[in-house]
Design a protein around this ligand. Structure first.
Ligand code: FAD
Length: 397
């Protein structure tokens, strides 16, 4: 495994459970390469940014999240050579061979594409500490213009920029200063939310809450002197406070390989996540190029499918599973309401009304997240998703 975040941890946990006998007999070993000493619950960045949650509440030591039977190598992967089945780490250029490999190195903000953005923007995507700068700023706002939205594609968790708009609005209303502050949401899409059924749910809420929207606004640059964002379409938006979602990039070692596209996203089969032309290598979660959202729930479900299939190949037991593209991202709409973005490759996103029950479901995930990475809640995932996230393939491989 390369990457010990949402996808890598569940994949290694499931593999260690499925292959426990083989590990005991020393026929199989599982190694997880992870550069970070701690992991963060990324959906919590919104709570840090807009509700003042302490950053350390989102953190856990990586070691504590790894299941028995999984060896951790704390190192940054510098290269992955699929032709020679070899991983090289940055420090000391150590080399590791493998029979199977799963890449789950996620993605991160890329400020290099948008002049002026890094200097002016505060994001809730980089990490929990960076997110906390937004809350400090919010506390000082008395009046002015807040601009939130999407500064470029792709990015992870599609609903989060919209959640940010609702959460800024909630904060300002609760503090009695909403009337002094304009909120504008900018997006490159043609609507406030790209999927029409969800757009139908949230567009009326934008009007109700007086959040202005600027669609088909592809952010080109930010002018720190004029305090103005310009779009490729030739429009401008003035701001005093900028909380934009930057475009994202994959881990740098993936760019320029023969198994990634020109931006470094790993090319995989969307059903079993094997890397094109390499049936022993897989990429799951945010780093692959499958046509669905970059979200933790997808990384989790893809990881379970891939672990099942690797274990099946090794043991000859079970059946091959194919991912359906199932997504389920919560979208908070403020004041303890939330909707969900739910769909699969074949089933368009549904229209789900915001409710307190949906919000409660989102909150449950905060509590079970760390345990879910160990596979503790697979019974709940199975109950919730039924078999909607995989189908069984008739062929064993
Ligand atoms: C504000 C926000 C809100 C979100 N809300 C939701 C939500 O409500 N629902 C949802 O499903 N998802 C949500 N997400 C998205 C979710 O957190 C990610 O999609 C998920 O973490 C992706 O899992 P991953 O395993 O692909 O990547 P990650 O969890 O990011 O893990 C990648 C890991 O790889 C490691 N790594 C990277 N490069 C290297 C390297 N070269 N060598 C070694 N290790 C490396 C990193 O240190 C990291 O630990 C949200 C994200 C944000 C930022």
């Amino acid at each position: 495994m390369i990457g010990g975040g949402a996808g890598g941890l569940i994949t290694s946990s499931k593999l260690s459970a499925e292959l426990s006998e083989e590990i005991k007999q020393e026929k199989v070993s599982i190694t997880l390469f992870e550069r970070a000493e701690t992991q963060e619950f990324q959906p919590g960045y919104l709570e840090v940014a807009f509700r003042g949650t302490e950053p350390q509440k989102l953190r856990r030591p990586t070691e504590k999240l790894v299941s028995p039977g999984v060896k951790v190598v704390h190192a940054k992967c510098a290269s992955l050579d699929l032709d020679n089945h070899q991983i090289v780490t940055e420090k000391n250029q150590e080399k590791y061979d493998f029979d199977y490999v799963v890449v789950s190195t996620g993605c991160s903000p890329d400020y290099s594409q948008t002049p002026g953005l890094r200097e002016e923007n505060m994001d809730f995507y980089t990490d929990a500490d960076v997110s906390s700068r937004i809350y400090k700023t919010l506390q000082g706002i008395k009046s002015g213009r807040v601009v939130v939205g999407i500064a470029g594609l792709p990015y992870k968790c599609p609903p989060s920029p919209n959640e940010a708009a609702f959460m800024v609005d909630e904060y300002l209303r609760r503090h009695g200063i909403r009337k002094n502050v304009d909120i504008t949401f900018v997006t490159p899409y043609t609507r406030i939310y790209t999927a029409e059924p969800i757009n139908q749910v949230i567009a009326p809420l934008y009007s109700e809450r007086d959040i202005e929207s600027r669609t088909v606004f592809n952010t080109d640059s930010v002018d720190p002197v004029k305090k103005e964002i310009s779009s490729l379409e030739g429009d401008t938006v003035k701001y005093d406070y900028l909380f934009l979602t930057p475009p994202h990039k994959p881990a740098s070692f993936l760019k320029g390989t023969n198994y990634s596209d020109e931006d470094g996203w790993v090319k995989v089969d969307k059903l079993d996540m094997h890397i094109t032309d390499h049936d022993f290598a897989f990429a799951i979660g945010d780093t692959n190029n499958i046509p669905t959202s970059k979200a933790g729930v997808e990384a989790h479900l893809e990881g379970i499918v891939v672990a099942n299939n690797i274990a099946m190949n090794i043991t000859g037991r079970g059946t091959k599973h194919l991912f359906t593209g199932r997504t389920q991202c919560s979208m908070e709409t403020g004041f303890h309401d939330a909707t969900f973005v739910v769909g699969t490759y074949d089933r368009p996103v549904e229209k789900i009304k915001p409710s307190k029950i949906n919000y409660a479901e989102k909150k449950v995930m905060e509590h079970i997240y760390w345990g879910s990475l160990h596979g503790h809640y697979e019974w709940l995932f199975k109950y919730h998703f039924k078999q909607d996230y995989f189908s069984e393939s008739p062929a064993k491989d």
